[in-house]
Write a protein that binds this ligand. Structure first.
Ligand code: NAD
Length: 465
Protein backbone atom coordinates (compact mmCIF):
# COMPACT_ATOMS: atom_id res chain seq x y z
CA UNK A 1 0.00 0.00 0.00
CA UNK A 2 1.44 3.34 -1.05
CA UNK A 3 -0.48 5.98 0.91
CA UNK A 4 1.03 8.88 -1.03
CA UNK A 5 0.07 7.34 -4.36
CA UNK A 6 -3.50 6.72 -3.16
CA UNK A 7 -3.76 10.27 -1.86
CA UNK A 8 -2.48 11.74 -5.13
CA UNK A 9 -4.94 9.68 -7.17
CA UNK A 10 -7.79 10.78 -4.90
CA UNK A 11 -6.67 14.37 -5.02
CA UNK A 12 -6.68 14.32 -8.83
CA UNK A 13 -10.05 12.62 -8.97
CA UNK A 14 -11.42 15.17 -6.51
CA UNK A 15 -10.22 18.08 -8.66
CA UNK A 16 -11.46 16.68 -11.94
CA UNK A 17 -14.62 14.76 -10.97
CA UNK A 18 -15.86 14.38 -7.40
CA UNK A 19 -16.27 18.06 -6.52
CA UNK A 20 -18.24 18.58 -9.76
CA UNK A 21 -20.68 15.71 -9.25
CA UNK A 22 -24.30 16.83 -9.36
CA UNK A 23 -26.71 16.02 -6.56
CA UNK A 24 -28.32 13.32 -8.69
CA UNK A 25 -24.95 11.68 -9.41
CA UNK A 26 -24.13 11.63 -5.69
CA UNK A 27 -27.55 10.18 -4.97
CA UNK A 28 -26.87 7.51 -7.59
CA UNK A 29 -23.72 6.51 -5.70
CA UNK A 30 -25.71 6.27 -2.48
CA UNK A 31 -28.34 4.18 -4.23
CA UNK A 32 -25.60 1.77 -5.39
CA UNK A 33 -24.58 1.23 -1.77
CA UNK A 34 -28.18 0.64 -0.76
CA UNK A 35 -28.68 -1.95 -3.51
CA UNK A 36 -25.45 -3.70 -2.55
CA UNK A 37 -26.55 -3.87 1.09
CA UNK A 38 -29.93 -5.30 0.20
CA UNK A 39 -28.43 -7.97 -2.04
CA UNK A 40 -25.71 -8.87 0.50
CA UNK A 41 -27.77 -8.92 3.70
CA UNK A 42 -26.77 -12.53 4.41
CA UNK A 43 -23.08 -11.81 3.81
CA UNK A 44 -23.18 -8.87 6.22
CA UNK A 45 -24.81 -11.00 8.92
CA UNK A 46 -22.24 -13.76 8.33
CA UNK A 47 -19.23 -11.49 8.51
CA UNK A 48 -20.35 -10.03 11.83
CA UNK A 49 -21.00 -13.55 13.13
CA UNK A 50 -17.53 -14.58 12.03
CA UNK A 51 -15.90 -11.58 13.69
CA UNK A 52 -17.53 -11.81 17.13
CA UNK A 53 -20.61 -13.99 16.91
CA UNK A 54 -22.90 -11.00 16.72
CA UNK A 55 -26.54 -12.19 16.75
CA UNK A 56 -28.33 -11.69 13.41
CA UNK A 57 -31.14 -9.51 14.87
CA UNK A 58 -28.53 -7.16 16.33
CA UNK A 59 -26.72 -6.96 12.97
CA UNK A 60 -29.99 -6.32 11.15
CA UNK A 61 -30.86 -3.47 13.50
CA UNK A 62 -27.57 -1.82 14.33
CA UNK A 63 -25.56 -2.36 11.15
CA UNK A 64 -27.98 -2.81 8.25
CA UNK A 65 -31.09 -0.86 9.20
CA UNK A 66 -29.20 2.06 10.73
CA UNK A 67 -27.08 2.55 7.64
CA UNK A 68 -30.09 2.21 5.33
CA UNK A 69 -32.14 4.68 7.41
CA UNK A 70 -29.36 7.26 7.28
CA UNK A 71 -28.88 6.62 3.59
CA UNK A 72 -32.56 7.15 2.92
CA UNK A 73 -32.61 10.43 4.88
CA UNK A 74 -29.57 11.73 2.99
CA UNK A 75 -31.03 10.77 -0.39
CA UNK A 76 -34.31 12.49 0.44
CA UNK A 77 -32.70 15.64 1.78
CA UNK A 78 -29.56 16.13 -0.30
CA UNK A 79 -31.14 18.40 -2.92
CA UNK A 80 -32.29 20.76 -0.15
CA UNK A 81 -29.03 20.61 1.81
CA UNK A 82 -26.91 21.24 -1.29
CA UNK A 83 -28.91 24.26 -2.45
CA UNK A 84 -27.11 27.56 -1.81
CA UNK A 85 -28.72 29.26 1.15
CA UNK A 86 -29.49 32.98 0.85
CA UNK A 87 -28.86 34.86 4.08
CA UNK A 88 -30.26 38.21 5.23
CA UNK A 89 -28.10 41.26 4.38
CA UNK A 90 -27.31 44.18 6.68
CA UNK A 91 -28.63 47.51 5.30
CA UNK A 92 -25.06 48.66 4.59
CA UNK A 93 -24.80 45.87 1.99
CA UNK A 94 -27.91 46.93 0.06
CA UNK A 95 -27.40 46.08 -3.59
CA UNK A 96 -25.56 42.82 -2.89
CA UNK A 97 -26.72 39.23 -2.33
CA UNK A 98 -25.19 36.97 0.35
CA UNK A 99 -25.27 33.20 0.08
CA UNK A 100 -23.74 30.10 1.65
CA UNK A 101 -22.53 27.36 -0.68
CA UNK A 102 -21.74 23.99 0.89
CA UNK A 103 -18.63 22.67 -0.78
CA UNK A 104 -16.74 19.39 -0.30
CA UNK A 105 -13.62 19.67 1.86
CA UNK A 106 -11.52 17.48 -0.45
CA UNK A 107 -10.20 13.93 -0.30
CA UNK A 108 -11.43 12.42 2.96
CA UNK A 109 -10.04 9.70 5.22
CA UNK A 110 -12.46 7.58 7.26
CA UNK A 111 -11.02 5.39 10.02
CA UNK A 112 -13.40 2.96 11.70
CA UNK A 113 -13.56 1.04 14.97
CA UNK A 114 -14.28 -2.70 15.20
CA UNK A 115 -17.34 -2.71 17.44
CA UNK A 116 -19.89 -1.74 14.76
CA UNK A 117 -17.52 -2.41 11.88
CA UNK A 118 -20.06 -1.94 9.08
CA UNK A 119 -22.00 1.05 10.45
CA UNK A 120 -18.90 2.95 11.54
CA UNK A 121 -17.26 2.81 8.11
CA UNK A 122 -20.20 2.93 5.69
CA UNK A 123 -22.13 5.48 7.82
CA UNK A 124 -19.51 8.26 7.52
CA UNK A 125 -18.91 7.26 3.88
CA UNK A 126 -22.51 8.28 3.11
CA UNK A 127 -21.74 11.80 4.37
CA UNK A 128 -18.52 11.98 2.35
CA UNK A 129 -20.28 10.91 -0.86
CA UNK A 130 -23.18 13.30 -0.26
CA UNK A 131 -20.67 16.12 0.24
CA UNK A 132 -18.81 15.41 -3.02
CA UNK A 133 -15.57 14.25 -1.39
CA UNK A 134 -13.47 11.28 -2.46
CA UNK A 135 -12.87 8.85 0.40
CA UNK A 136 -10.34 6.32 1.63
CA UNK A 137 -11.93 4.00 4.18
CA UNK A 138 -9.77 2.19 6.74
CA UNK A 139 -11.83 -0.40 8.64
CA UNK A 140 -10.53 -1.98 11.84
CA UNK A 141 -8.21 -4.96 11.50
CA UNK A 142 -9.83 -6.48 14.60
CA UNK A 143 -12.97 -7.37 12.62
CA UNK A 144 -11.27 -8.88 9.53
CA UNK A 145 -14.34 -10.50 7.95
CA UNK A 146 -16.30 -7.25 7.99
CA UNK A 147 -13.22 -5.30 6.89
CA UNK A 148 -13.08 -7.56 3.80
CA UNK A 149 -16.83 -7.17 3.27
CA UNK A 150 -16.54 -3.36 3.33
CA UNK A 151 -13.66 -3.63 0.83
CA UNK A 152 -15.86 -5.82 -1.42
CA UNK A 153 -18.76 -3.37 -1.25
CA UNK A 154 -16.56 -0.46 -2.22
CA UNK A 155 -14.73 -2.37 -4.97
CA UNK A 156 -18.07 -3.54 -6.45
CA UNK A 157 -19.57 -0.06 -6.48
CA UNK A 158 -16.84 2.51 -7.12
CA UNK A 159 -13.79 3.55 -9.10
CA UNK A 160 -10.82 3.12 -6.68
CA UNK A 161 -9.67 6.69 -7.35
CA UNK A 162 -13.04 7.88 -6.03
CA UNK A 163 -13.65 5.55 -3.08
CA UNK A 164 -11.26 2.89 -1.90
CA UNK A 165 -10.69 0.72 1.14
CA UNK A 166 -7.28 0.23 2.71
CA UNK A 167 -7.22 -2.76 5.02
CA UNK A 168 -4.64 -3.05 7.76
CA UNK A 169 -3.64 -1.93 11.21
CA UNK A 170 -1.41 0.68 12.79
CA UNK A 171 1.32 1.03 10.08
CA UNK A 172 -1.25 1.42 7.29
CA UNK A 173 -3.30 3.93 9.31
CA UNK A 174 -0.23 5.94 10.22
CA UNK A 175 0.94 6.08 6.60
CA UNK A 176 -2.50 7.34 5.57
CA UNK A 177 -2.48 9.90 8.39
CA UNK A 178 0.67 11.47 6.96
CA UNK A 179 -1.27 12.77 3.95
CA UNK A 180 -2.91 16.23 3.81
CA UNK A 181 -6.58 15.14 3.87
CA UNK A 182 -9.42 17.60 3.42
CA UNK A 183 -11.15 15.94 6.35
CA UNK A 184 -10.48 12.99 8.67
CA UNK A 185 -13.44 11.20 10.22
CA UNK A 186 -12.17 8.93 12.99
CA UNK A 187 -14.11 6.57 15.23
CA UNK A 188 -12.21 4.88 18.02
CA UNK A 189 -10.51 5.33 21.36
CA UNK A 190 -9.39 8.58 22.99
CA UNK A 191 -5.79 7.34 22.87
CA UNK A 192 -5.79 6.92 19.10
CA UNK A 193 -7.99 10.02 18.73
CA UNK A 194 -5.06 12.07 20.09
CA UNK A 195 -2.71 10.44 17.54
CA UNK A 196 -5.15 11.30 14.73
CA UNK A 197 -5.51 14.90 15.88
CA UNK A 198 -1.74 15.34 16.11
CA UNK A 199 -1.30 13.98 12.60
CA UNK A 200 -4.12 16.20 11.29
CA UNK A 201 -2.48 19.24 12.93
CA UNK A 202 0.60 18.80 10.70
CA UNK A 203 -1.55 19.72 7.67
CA UNK A 204 -4.28 21.61 9.53
CA UNK A 205 -6.75 19.03 8.23
CA UNK A 206 -10.15 19.23 9.91
CA UNK A 207 -11.25 16.27 12.04
CA UNK A 208 -14.32 14.59 13.40
CA UNK A 209 -13.38 12.40 16.35
CA UNK A 210 -16.06 9.97 17.51
CA UNK A 211 -14.52 8.73 20.76
CA UNK A 212 -15.62 6.76 23.79
CA UNK A 213 -16.80 7.64 27.25
CA UNK A 214 -17.74 6.36 30.68
CA UNK A 215 -21.48 6.76 30.27
CA UNK A 216 -23.22 7.17 33.64
CA UNK A 217 -26.85 6.37 34.35
CA UNK A 218 -28.93 8.00 37.09
CA UNK A 219 -31.93 6.13 38.46
CA UNK A 220 -34.28 8.27 40.50
CA UNK A 221 -36.70 6.79 43.03
CA UNK A 222 -39.60 7.98 40.84
CA UNK A 223 -38.51 5.67 37.97
CA UNK A 224 -40.59 2.74 36.77
CA UNK A 225 -38.12 0.20 38.11
CA UNK A 226 -39.07 -2.90 36.14
CA UNK A 227 -39.24 -1.00 32.83
CA UNK A 228 -35.92 0.72 33.59
CA UNK A 229 -34.25 -2.60 34.43
CA UNK A 230 -35.41 -4.21 31.19
CA UNK A 231 -34.23 -1.25 29.10
CA UNK A 232 -30.85 -1.19 30.80
CA UNK A 233 -30.26 -4.92 30.50
CA UNK A 234 -31.13 -4.73 26.80
CA UNK A 235 -28.96 -1.67 26.14
CA UNK A 236 -26.01 -2.77 28.21
CA UNK A 237 -25.68 -6.30 26.83
CA UNK A 238 -26.51 -5.47 23.19
CA UNK A 239 -23.30 -6.20 21.24
CA UNK A 240 -21.98 -7.66 24.54
CA UNK A 241 -21.56 -4.18 25.98
CA UNK A 242 -19.13 -3.23 23.21
CA UNK A 243 -21.04 -0.07 22.36
CA UNK A 244 -19.62 3.42 22.69
CA UNK A 245 -22.90 4.67 24.21
CA UNK A 246 -23.54 1.61 26.40
CA UNK A 247 -24.45 2.38 30.02
CA UNK A 248 -21.23 2.10 32.02
CA UNK A 249 -22.31 2.40 35.67
CA UNK A 250 -25.59 3.09 37.44
CA UNK A 251 -26.14 5.61 40.24
CA UNK A 252 -29.28 4.35 41.99
CA UNK A 253 -31.24 6.24 44.65
CA UNK A 254 -30.68 4.26 47.85
CA UNK A 255 -34.44 4.30 48.55
CA UNK A 256 -34.93 1.90 45.60
CA UNK A 257 -31.46 0.32 45.44
CA UNK A 258 -32.35 -3.18 46.64
CA UNK A 259 -35.60 -3.40 44.72
CA UNK A 260 -33.89 -2.17 41.56
CA UNK A 261 -31.17 -4.82 41.89
CA UNK A 262 -33.92 -7.44 42.08
CA UNK A 263 -35.56 -5.99 38.95
CA UNK A 264 -32.23 -6.10 37.12
CA UNK A 265 -31.83 -9.79 37.94
CA UNK A 266 -35.39 -10.50 36.80
CA UNK A 267 -34.80 -8.64 33.54
CA UNK A 268 -31.57 -10.53 32.96
CA UNK A 269 -33.33 -13.85 33.46
CA UNK A 270 -36.11 -12.79 31.06
CA UNK A 271 -33.91 -11.43 28.28
CA UNK A 272 -31.05 -13.93 28.47
CA UNK A 273 -32.92 -17.08 29.48
CA UNK A 274 -31.06 -18.96 26.70
CA UNK A 275 -27.62 -17.88 27.89
CA UNK A 276 -26.67 -21.41 28.92
CA UNK A 277 -27.37 -22.88 25.51
CA UNK A 278 -24.32 -23.99 23.56
CA UNK A 279 -23.32 -21.70 21.93
CA UNK A 280 -25.16 -18.75 23.48
CA UNK A 281 -26.68 -17.01 20.46
CA UNK A 282 -28.46 -14.06 22.05
CA UNK A 283 -25.30 -12.25 23.07
CA UNK A 284 -22.15 -11.55 21.10
CA UNK A 285 -18.62 -12.54 22.09
CA UNK A 286 -15.82 -10.16 22.93
CA UNK A 287 -13.61 -9.26 20.03
CA UNK A 288 -10.40 -10.89 21.29
CA UNK A 289 -8.51 -12.67 24.06
CA UNK A 290 -7.06 -9.46 25.53
CA UNK A 291 -10.58 -7.99 25.78
CA UNK A 292 -11.78 -11.14 27.58
CA UNK A 293 -8.83 -11.03 30.00
CA UNK A 294 -9.45 -7.33 30.62
CA UNK A 295 -13.03 -8.12 31.74
CA UNK A 296 -11.73 -10.75 34.18
CA UNK A 297 -9.19 -8.28 35.52
CA UNK A 298 -11.74 -5.47 35.91
CA UNK A 299 -14.02 -7.82 37.80
CA UNK A 300 -11.37 -9.18 40.15
CA UNK A 301 -10.01 -5.67 40.84
CA UNK A 302 -13.52 -4.46 41.71
CA UNK A 303 -14.08 -7.44 44.03
CA UNK A 304 -10.75 -6.76 45.74
CA UNK A 305 -12.02 -3.20 46.33
CA UNK A 306 -15.18 -4.50 48.04
CA UNK A 307 -17.68 -4.72 45.15
CA UNK A 308 -20.01 -7.72 45.17
CA UNK A 309 -20.94 -9.77 42.15
CA UNK A 310 -24.75 -10.09 41.96
CA UNK A 311 -24.88 -12.10 38.73
CA UNK A 312 -21.99 -13.66 36.90
CA UNK A 313 -22.58 -14.97 33.39
CA UNK A 314 -20.84 -18.03 32.06
CA UNK A 315 -17.41 -17.66 30.54
CA UNK A 316 -15.99 -19.41 27.48
CA UNK A 317 -12.39 -18.19 27.17
CA UNK A 318 -11.78 -19.91 23.82
CA UNK A 319 -14.70 -18.13 22.19
CA UNK A 320 -13.99 -14.91 24.17
CA UNK A 321 -17.54 -15.21 25.51
CA UNK A 322 -18.10 -13.32 28.75
CA UNK A 323 -21.69 -13.63 29.97
CA UNK A 324 -23.75 -10.70 31.31
CA UNK A 325 -22.45 -9.72 34.73
CA UNK A 326 -23.88 -7.36 37.36
CA UNK A 327 -21.85 -5.98 40.25
CA UNK A 328 -23.10 -3.94 43.21
CA UNK A 329 -21.56 -1.53 45.73
CA UNK A 330 -18.80 -0.63 43.31
CA UNK A 331 -16.47 2.01 44.81
CA UNK A 332 -16.17 5.23 42.80
CA UNK A 333 -12.42 4.78 42.37
CA UNK A 334 -12.85 1.33 40.83
CA UNK A 335 -11.68 0.97 37.21
CA UNK A 336 -15.24 -0.22 36.48
CA UNK A 337 -16.36 3.36 37.11
CA UNK A 338 -13.19 5.22 36.13
CA UNK A 339 -12.73 3.55 32.73
CA UNK A 340 -14.94 2.85 29.75
CA UNK A 341 -15.80 -0.82 30.48
CA UNK A 342 -16.73 -1.61 26.88
CA UNK A 343 -17.93 -5.07 27.82
CA UNK A 344 -20.74 -6.92 29.59
CA UNK A 345 -20.17 -5.82 33.20
CA UNK A 346 -22.79 -3.50 34.70
CA UNK A 347 -21.87 -1.69 37.93
CA UNK A 348 -24.36 -0.43 40.52
CA UNK A 349 -23.66 2.34 43.02
CA UNK A 350 -26.20 3.62 45.59
CA UNK A 351 -26.57 7.36 46.29
CA UNK A 352 -28.23 9.25 49.12
CA UNK A 353 -27.83 12.76 47.75
CA UNK A 354 -27.73 13.69 44.04
CA UNK A 355 -25.22 16.58 44.44
CA UNK A 356 -22.15 14.35 44.97
CA UNK A 357 -23.30 12.34 41.92
CA UNK A 358 -23.21 15.51 39.81
CA UNK A 359 -19.79 16.33 41.23
CA UNK A 360 -18.50 12.86 40.38
CA UNK A 361 -19.87 13.07 36.83
CA UNK A 362 -18.23 16.49 36.47
CA UNK A 363 -14.91 15.14 37.72
CA UNK A 364 -14.82 12.54 34.92
CA UNK A 365 -14.23 13.21 31.24
CA UNK A 366 -17.45 14.43 29.61
CA UNK A 367 -19.63 11.44 28.79
CA UNK A 368 -20.56 10.42 25.27
CA UNK A 369 -23.99 9.54 26.67
CA UNK A 370 -25.72 10.14 29.98
CA UNK A 371 -28.97 8.38 30.80
CA UNK A 372 -31.61 9.20 33.34
CA UNK A 373 -34.56 7.12 34.50
CA UNK A 374 -37.32 9.03 36.28
CA UNK A 375 -41.00 9.83 36.08
CA UNK A 376 -40.35 13.12 37.85
CA UNK A 377 -39.81 15.62 35.01
CA UNK A 378 -38.25 18.26 37.25
CA UNK A 379 -35.64 15.73 38.30
CA UNK A 380 -34.86 14.96 34.65
CA UNK A 381 -34.50 18.68 33.82
CA UNK A 382 -32.21 19.15 36.81
CA UNK A 383 -29.97 16.26 35.71
CA UNK A 384 -29.70 17.74 32.22
CA UNK A 385 -28.93 21.21 33.61
CA UNK A 386 -26.29 19.95 36.07
CA UNK A 387 -24.34 17.71 33.69
CA UNK A 388 -22.62 17.68 30.29
CA UNK A 389 -22.79 14.83 27.79
CA UNK A 390 -22.71 14.27 24.05
CA UNK A 391 -26.23 12.82 24.11
CA UNK A 392 -28.91 12.04 26.69
CA UNK A 393 -31.82 9.65 26.66
CA UNK A 394 -34.55 9.58 29.29
CA UNK A 395 -36.12 6.28 30.38
CA UNK A 396 -34.27 4.10 27.90
CA UNK A 397 -30.77 3.88 26.40
CA UNK A 398 -28.94 3.74 23.04
CA UNK A 399 -31.86 4.83 20.86
CA UNK A 400 -30.31 8.23 20.11
CA UNK A 401 -28.08 6.40 17.60
CA UNK A 402 -31.12 5.24 15.66
CA UNK A 403 -32.43 8.70 14.80
CA UNK A 404 -30.46 10.04 11.82
CA UNK A 405 -32.00 13.48 12.37
CA UNK A 406 -30.07 13.89 15.63
CA UNK A 407 -26.43 14.98 15.90
CA UNK A 408 -24.32 12.11 17.17
CA UNK A 409 -21.00 12.61 18.93
CA UNK A 410 -19.26 13.58 22.09
CA UNK A 411 -18.22 16.74 23.84
CA UNK A 412 -14.84 17.54 25.38
CA UNK A 413 -12.85 14.32 25.70
CA UNK A 414 -15.66 12.15 24.32
CA UNK A 415 -15.37 13.66 20.85
CA UNK A 416 -14.92 16.50 18.43
CA UNK A 417 -17.61 17.29 15.85
CA UNK A 418 -20.78 15.38 15.04
CA UNK A 419 -21.94 12.73 12.62
CA UNK A 420 -25.20 11.25 11.21
CA UNK A 421 -27.46 12.64 8.52
CA UNK A 422 -27.11 16.38 8.04
CA UNK A 423 -24.29 16.54 10.62
CA UNK A 424 -22.21 14.07 8.65
CA UNK A 425 -22.84 16.02 5.45
CA UNK A 426 -21.86 19.20 7.31
CA UNK A 427 -18.66 17.55 8.61
CA UNK A 428 -17.46 16.80 5.06
CA UNK A 429 -18.49 20.16 3.61
CA UNK A 430 -17.32 23.70 4.14
CA UNK A 431 -19.92 26.51 4.27
CA UNK A 432 -18.45 28.93 1.74
CA UNK A 433 -19.67 32.52 1.95
CA UNK A 434 -20.40 34.00 -1.49
CA UNK A 435 -21.42 37.66 -1.84
CA UNK A 436 -22.46 39.05 -5.26
CA UNK A 437 -22.35 42.78 -5.67
CA UNK A 438 -24.99 44.30 -7.97
CA UNK A 439 -24.72 47.62 -9.82
CA UNK A 440 -25.80 49.67 -6.77
CA UNK A 441 -22.70 49.62 -4.52
CA UNK A 442 -23.08 51.89 -1.48
CA UNK A 443 -19.47 51.48 -0.43
CA UNK A 444 -18.57 53.93 -3.22
CA UNK A 445 -19.61 56.68 -0.78
CA UNK A 446 -17.02 55.68 1.80
CA UNK A 447 -13.95 55.35 -0.43
CA UNK A 448 -10.96 57.60 0.38
CA UNK A 449 -9.94 60.38 0.31
CA UNK A 450 -11.46 60.82 3.77
CA UNK A 451 -12.53 64.42 3.40
CA UNK A 452 -14.72 65.96 6.13
CA UNK A 453 -17.74 65.33 3.88
CA UNK A 454 -16.85 61.60 3.53
CA UNK A 455 -16.33 61.32 7.24
CA UNK A 456 -19.81 62.79 7.77
CA UNK A 457 -21.23 60.11 5.44
CA UNK A 458 -19.41 57.36 7.39
CA UNK A 459 -20.66 58.77 10.70
CA UNK A 460 -24.18 58.95 9.31
CA UNK A 461 -23.99 55.34 8.05
CA UNK A 462 -22.52 54.19 11.33
CA UNK A 463 -25.29 55.90 13.25
CA UNK A 464 -28.35 54.98 11.16
CA UNK A 465 -27.54 51.71 9.38
P1 NAD B 1 -8.97 2.07 18.40
O1 NAD B 1 -8.78 3.51 18.71
O2 NAD B 1 -8.04 1.10 19.00
O3 NAD B 1 -8.93 1.82 16.82
C1 NAD B 1 -9.66 2.60 15.90
C2 NAD B 1 -8.93 2.62 14.57
O4 NAD B 1 -7.66 3.22 14.74
C3 NAD B 1 -8.71 1.25 13.95
O5 NAD B 1 -9.04 1.32 12.58
C4 NAD B 1 -7.23 0.99 14.17
O6 NAD B 1 -6.65 0.25 13.12
C5 NAD B 1 -6.64 2.38 14.21
N1 NAD B 1 -5.48 2.47 15.12
C6 NAD B 1 -5.28 1.77 16.27
N2 NAD B 1 -4.12 2.15 16.85
C7 NAD B 1 -3.58 3.10 16.06
C8 NAD B 1 -2.38 3.87 16.11
N3 NAD B 1 -1.50 3.73 17.09
N4 NAD B 1 -2.14 4.74 15.10
C9 NAD B 1 -3.02 4.91 14.10
N5 NAD B 1 -4.15 4.19 13.99
C10 NAD B 1 -4.45 3.30 14.95
O7 NAD B 1 -10.49 1.78 18.81
P2 NAD B 1 -11.28 0.39 18.76
O8 NAD B 1 -10.73 -0.50 19.81
O9 NAD B 1 -11.38 -0.10 17.37
O10 NAD B 1 -12.73 0.88 19.20
C11 NAD B 1 -13.13 1.03 20.51
C12 NAD B 1 -13.23 2.48 20.90
O11 NAD B 1 -13.96 3.22 19.93
C13 NAD B 1 -13.98 2.66 22.20
O12 NAD B 1 -13.32 3.62 22.99
C14 NAD B 1 -15.33 3.18 21.76
O13 NAD B 1 -16.01 3.94 22.73
C15 NAD B 1 -14.97 4.00 20.58
N6 NAD B 1 -16.12 4.14 19.70
C16 NAD B 1 -16.70 5.38 19.57
C17 NAD B 1 -17.84 5.52 18.78
C18 NAD B 1 -18.51 6.84 18.60
O14 NAD B 1 -19.32 6.94 17.67
N7 NAD B 1 -18.25 7.85 19.41
C19 NAD B 1 -18.37 4.41 18.12
C20 NAD B 1 -17.73 3.18 18.28
C21 NAD B 1 -16.61 3.07 19.06
Amino acid sequence: MDAKKIFTAHSNFFQSHARLLSVSERKKSLRKIDRWIVSHEGAIINSLWQDFRKPAPETLLSEIKMVRDELSLIRQSLATWARPETTPNPLTLIGSRSQIYRQPKGPALIIGAWNYPFTLTIGPLLGAIAAGCTAVVKPSELAPATSQLVADLVADCFDPDYITVVQGGIPETQALLEQPWGHIFFTGSKRVGRIVMEAAAQHLSSVTLELGGENPVIIDKSANLSAAAAQLVWGKFFNAGQTCIAPNHLFIDRAVYDSFLEELQKALTDLYSRENEQPATDIACLIGASHFERMQQLLSDAEAQGAQVVVQGKQEPDAHYFGPTIVKDVPLNSPLVQEEVFGPILSCIPYDDIQPVYQHIDSQDAALALYVFARNRRFVDQVIAHTTAGTTVVNTVNIQFANPHLPFGGVGKSGVGKGHGWYSYAAFTHPRAVVRQGPLALNRFIFPPYTPARERVVRWLYRWF
